[in-house]
Ligand binder design. Structure first.
Ligand code: GRF
Length: 207
């Protein structure tokens, strides 16, 4: 059984999509062993607890230094010993030591078609505001492995979403979630659980 840990900072709709897909049997042989948030108010923690999934808050505010915070985060993850770590709206920089330890075993969902509208500072509504400002006609979402850069790891799956003339950033954000994020994240986890995702250097593919 694929054991995963989900890291989330916010409302946790992507976490919910994973939980629902596991329940419906759309993700094969997978268990969410723990949800961790840096934000004690994150609704993602409630969603996890409502489903009986262990959920903990590890906030940098509770530690004297960044190093101590990362130590606790890594220690907590290591205790669970997951095969895959899923970043589902986790707004904390992942330290290199963790990326090395879990090479090609950490995935992230980003709300644009990478390499557009990604990198430092591109998170939340900002991504959609910039897409609207640039006037793109198509945006979407990307699931990728996490490497040392920001949104630079091997791309696993992408799904395009239409941009409409009267979209606001909020409306577009919602459409990207509904039509892309909540579909491709569970799909990638299912494929990962089935051992169908291969990765070499900067490229990932599905076998
Ligand atoms: C999503 O848009 C995801 O792509 C991004 O952060 C947001 C998290 O939303 N990385 P939620 O907490 O899953 O509702």
């Amino acid at each position: 059984m694929l054991k995963i840990v989900v890291l989330a900072s916010g409302s946790g709709t992507n976490l919910q999509a994973m939980i629902d897909s596991i329940e419906k049997g759309e993700i094969w042989n997978t268990e969410i062993a723990m949800v961790i948030s840096n934000n004690e108010k994150a609704y993602a923690l409630d969603r996890a607890r409502n489903c009986g999934i262990p959920a903990v808050c590890i906030s940098p505010k509770d530690y004297p230094s960044r190093e101590e915070f990362y130590k606790k985060l890594l220690f907590t993850i290591e205790e669970v010993s997951p095969e895959l770590i899923v970043l589902a709206g986790f707004l904390v920089f992942i330290p290199e030591i963790m990326i090395k330890k879990y090479k090609n075993r950490i995935i992230n969902i980003h709300p644009s078609l990478i390499p557009s509208f990604c990198g430092t500072g591109f998170y939340g509504l900002k991504v959609h505001e910039e897409a609207l400002k640039r006037g793109v006609k198509v945006t979407g979402a990307t699931v990728h492995f996490v490497d040392e850069g920001t949104d630079t790891g091997p791309i696993i799956m992408q799904k395009a979403v239409e941009v409409r003339q009267d979209d606001t950033a909020n409306i577009l954000q919602r459409r990207v979630m509904e039509e892309a994020e909540w579909k491709i994240l569970p799909k990638v986890i299912d494929l990962y659980a089935k051992g169908k995702i291969k990765v070499k250097d900067k490229r990932a593919w599905i076998e």
